[in-house]
Write a protein that binds this ligand. Structure first.
Ligand code: NAD
Ligand code: UD1
Length: 339
């Protein structure tokens, strides 16, 4: 029988792409989102791409009664928990908002899952848990560094909560996926990232600058000890990232998971500098991105990229979309927002 996956935060950037891939892989999907950082249009986008009337529940995951009721309305086999706030700067200014929403919603979700007897959960973690790793690439065994923001702290805390909940509760399976830098959009340009206000992340800032919404891109530092002096990251295509969730769910539901709690890096394994990304975007799309080098951004690390061996060998997953294709989807999405 068709298995059903609850996707919390499924109207958001990564959740909507994951919902599409899950439907494509034959799963039933329920989206739960309070639309605090998204728009119901993303759910429509998922429905248009898949041709399936994916159910949408407008729910705050902190609301335990509403979550319990949701699990009685839908027979859920696994949950992917994307719902969280993610703005690093805002988390420094409003830490309680972040601890309350990100940690609170996960605890509430795990409680409702227990009540409902749902035993499989994938958690959205982040490469931010590594800080600046002492050795690169970062493997899953690379020690986590003390968090440099409340946002980063919530990812570490939620990983620990999941580990502890799994060890206390016979039958519960958890997988934490540590995403590196998700970029790009669905090739249909029907769903993508919707930054609110001035984007903090690099690719949305590039696409808005190319579109003339921003005057120029500030490149934060060209004096890092890297080949061209700009910082190195591991930019992962959002559809490839979405596929990683499908294989993680597959692993939990079909019995291949050996340890009840597992952690995987989800990246490409390929370091790309800020300058390379900007030039690559210009080349891929035939557009100019006015830019200027400014000082380093406080809190930034100089270089982080993934060792992807574990995801490749255990999950059988790897990213295969070339960077220029991903950068074309990012631009197509930006252009679609003008219509
Ligand atoms: P997003 O903001 O686009 O999506 C998150 C969704 O969760 C939004 O639709 C929002 O409305 C919803 N939401 C937030 N709090 C909620 C609550 N209490 N109840 C119900 N819905 C709620 O963000 P995203 O980029 O898709 O990120 C998804 C997850 O991946 C987050 O947990 C984020 O921290 C994590 N992550 C993202 C990145 C990235 O660069 N985008 C990197 C690493 C990890
Ligand atoms: C940031 C967050 C990280 C989060 C990730 C989500 C910080 C310190 N870290 O990571 O916790 O998980 O987003 O994607 O905020 N850059 C510019 N100009 C810009 C924007 C960015 O030069 O206008 C540079 C940055 O200095 C960095 C690179 O581009 O070197 C990538 O930046 P960004 O997209 O913000 O991601 P991270 O800093 O890796």
């Amino acid at each position: 029988m068709k298995k059903t996956v609850l996707v919390t935060g499924g109207a958001g950037y990564i959740g909507s792409h994951t919902a599409v891939e899950l439907v494509g892989a034959g799963y039933g999907v329920v989206i739960a989102d309070n639309l605090s950082n998204s728009d119901a249009g993303a759910v429509e986008g998922v429905r248009r791409i898949t041709g399936v009337e994916v159910p949408f529940e407008r729910i705050d995951c902190n609301d335990g009664a509403a979550m319990n009721a949701l699990f009685t309305r839908h027979a859920v086999d696994a949950v992917i928990h994307f719902a969280a706030f993610k703005a690093v700067g805002e988390s420094v200014a409003e830490p309680l908002k972040y601890y309350s929403n990100n940690v609170g919603s996960f605890v509430t979700l795990l409680g409702s899952m227990r009540t409902a007897g749902v035993e499989n959960v994938v958690f959205s973690s982040s490469a931010t848990v590594y800080g600046q790793p002492g050795t690169l690439p970062a493997t899953e065994r690379t020690p986590r560094q003390p968090a440099t923001s409340p946002y980063g702290a919530t990812k570490q805390i939620c990983e620990d909560i999941l580990r502890d909940a799994v060890s206390a509760c016979n039958g519960l399976h958890g997988i934490a996926l540590r995403y590196f830098n998700p970029i790009g959009a669905h090739p249909s340009a029907l769903i993508g990232e919707l930054p609110r206000g001035v984007p903090a992340n690099l690719v949305p800032f590039i696409t808005q600058t190319a579109a003339g919404i921003r005057g120029e891109l500030s490149i934060f530092g060209d004096d890092y000890p890297t080949p061209d002096g700009t910082a190195l990251r591991d930019y992962i295509d959002v559809v490839d990232l979405a596929r990683a969730h499908v294989v993680a769910v597959e692993r939990m539901l079909y019995g291949a998971q050996r340890e009840p709690y597992e952690v995987f890096n989800i990246g490409t394994g390929r370091p790309v500098s800020v300058m390379e990304l900007v030039k690559g975007f210009e080349r891929a799309n035939g557009v100019k991105v006015p830019c200027r080098v400014v000082g380093r951004r406080p809190g930034d690390v100089e270089a982080v990229w993934a060792d992807t061996t574990l995801a490749a060998t255990i999950l059988g997953w790897r990213s295969d979309r070339p960077l220029d294709e991903t950068l074309r989807t990012a631009w197509a999405w930006q252009l679609s927002l003008k219509d």
